[in-house]
Design a protein around this ligand. Structure first.
Ligand SMILES: Cc1cc2nc3c(=O)[nH]c(=O)nc-3n(C[C@H](O)[C@H](O)[C@H](O)COP(=O)(O)O)c2cc1C
Ligand code: SF4
Length: 453
């Protein structure tokens, strides 16, 4: 560890934050993360969430395998109060983004239910060992891949609207990719309702109608150039599909619904949800405009959505926003310091939370801060900037991190995520993913394959 390593002590990371990102603060005492929080009918026994994390380890039908089961058992035994299951495809003509993704269907329901039952049981015993009541709340993320869709192993994007510039980055154009019609969207809405009722049958406490990271429902929110009922300059049109889908799920099932939402896409003007259109010359990044994200959250509240999970950016285009990193092989260099990316997450969630105090917010983007993410999370919760802090990559590296934190007050530096991006590289190549830094032997062969490509 070099003398200038910002992660060498709490004082060092504080001093970097003062210089780069004054919106990030660090509390010494992290016990506030061990307090419960209520959102509607759900109680989260603590304020730590495992974010949705795909690992390309489902079987050909989309059912969980032993690898999938093990990951979720590790999360349950790790003590998080909210386990947000990864993107799970609808059983709808190829809504998947890759072949080893989870799918919810009549065929996969039983094995999924077995995992859910076991996760609940293990979580309950873990909470009791930690002196906490109840068990983790379990949410299933329901996804239509949209621009990332694959059909018979070939990319076959089904998009919300043509998106020059960003489409180029995905090879969409000419006869690659087609815009879904309003009639197709309406069929898709039924598939969301069907998938939700299976998710509740499997034992999930809530379903997430995924509207983040450039997937179909996220792109519909910024479909300014789309024609018809679900696009155009009107906010009502662009938000209609998400809101009507949630309404339909609630009406048909009576279950709890949430959404993982992009509050800021960070696309160049004139596109992108939550974007002001004013570009910062130094970074090339568009500003954040909270007006539509805030309005959307108010509409969700009116529909009876009690909690939301906020994210930013597109992991294939502006990945430095979604998951801040220093350098990541296969991804472009971040135009902003990674700490500024983390600060954007924190400030944007705070802005939304201040404008919708009745909503419970799950925040993202904590892993780059290494072991000090917990201090930053405690600072944010103490000041009412967020309700629950969600970790992605740290949970891949150390699924037991909440337990370390609750039992010893800290996460051992040997257990952290170093933001190398190799789990993402594996996933993108369709290979079973996990933490390469923590488990080099397990992923040795796959990494060799990747490096040879
Ligand atoms: C390997 C990998 C898989 C991911 N899978 C999903 C997913 O299924 N759904 C989703 O909304 N986000 C997914 N994400 C994004 C994370 O949930 C999280 O937002 C991101 O990693 C930033 O948080 P962090 O800084 O704590 O890692 C994934 C991230 C990684 C690294
Ligand atoms: S592979 Fe790298 S980015 Fe992924 S969890 Fe491990 S250390 Fe973090």
């Amino acid at each position: 560890m070099s003398r200038n390593d910002p992660f060498s002590s709490l004082d060092s990371i504080r001093s970097l934050a003062r210089e780069k990102s004054p919106g990030i603060g660090f509390a010494e005492d992290i016990s506030i993360l061990k307090t419960p929080v209520q959102a509607g009918e759900l109680t989260f026994p603590n304020r730590v969430a495992i974010q949705p994390l795909e690992a390309a380890d489902a079987d050909a039908e989309g059912a969980p395998t032993e690898y999938t089961r093990r990951r979720y058992i590790d999360y349950a035994e790790g003590g998080a109060g909210l386990i947000w299951f990864e993107a799970c495809s609808l059983d709808f003509p190829e809504a998947r983004s890759h072949g080893s993704m989870m799918v919810i269907s009549r065929k996969t329901l039983k094995p999924l239910k077995r995992v859910v039952d076991e996760v609940k049981e293990r979580s309950r015993s873990c909470m009791s060992e930690l002196g906490l009541e109840g068990r983790a709340a379990l949410v299933l993320q329901l996804s239509h891949a949209g621009r990332y869709r694959v059909e018979k192993s070939r990319r076959s994007p089904a998009i919300a609207y043509r998106f020059p510039g960003v489409d180029d980055a995905f090879g969409i154009g000419g006869d690659v990719g087609r815009v879904l019609s309003d009639a197709e969207l309406e069929e898709l809405m039924e598939a969301f309702v069907e998938a939700s009722s299976m998710a509740y049958e499997a034992g999930f406490d809530a379903v997430d109608v995924k509207a983040c990271h450039g997937y179909l429902l996220n792109d519909l929110l910024s479909g300014y150039t789309r024609e018809g009922e679900y696009g155009g300059s009107s906010f009502e049109n662009r938000a209609r599909f998400l809101l009507d889908t949630i309404k339909a799920i609630k009406k048909e099932t009576g279950g709890t619904v949430t959404s993982r939402l992009n509050a800021y896409d960070g696309y160049p003007p004139p596109y992108g949800f939550g974007c002001s259109g004013e570009v910062d010359e130094e970074t090339g990044l568009t500003g954040f405009d909270p007006s539509e994200p805030t309005r959307l959250i108010h509409e969700l509240g009116r529909l009876g959505v009690d909690f939301v999970n906020i994210s930013l950016g597109n992991p294939y285009y502006s990945q430095y926003l979604t998951r801040p990193y220093d350098k990541m092989r296969g991804s472009r260099d971040s135009p902003i310091h990674p700490m500024k990316g983390v600060e954007k997450h924190f400030n944007i969630v705070e802005t939304l939370k201040r404008s919708a105090p009745g909503m419970t917010f799950v925040g993202s983007g904590y892993s780059w801060l290494r072991q000090y993410g917990t201090n930053a999370a405690s600072y944010n919760v103490e000041r009412g900037r967020v309700d629950i802090a969600g970790w992605g990559r740290l949970a891949i590296a150390a699924p037991g991190f909440p337990r370390y934190m609750f039992e010893t007050g800290a996460i051992p530096p040997s257990k952290i995520c170093v933001a190398c991006g190799n789990c993402t590289r594996l996933l993108r190549a369709g290979l079973r993913s996990g933490c390469v830094a923590q488990n080099p032997d397990e992923f040795n062969q796959s990494m060799k394959k990747l490096d040879e490509k």
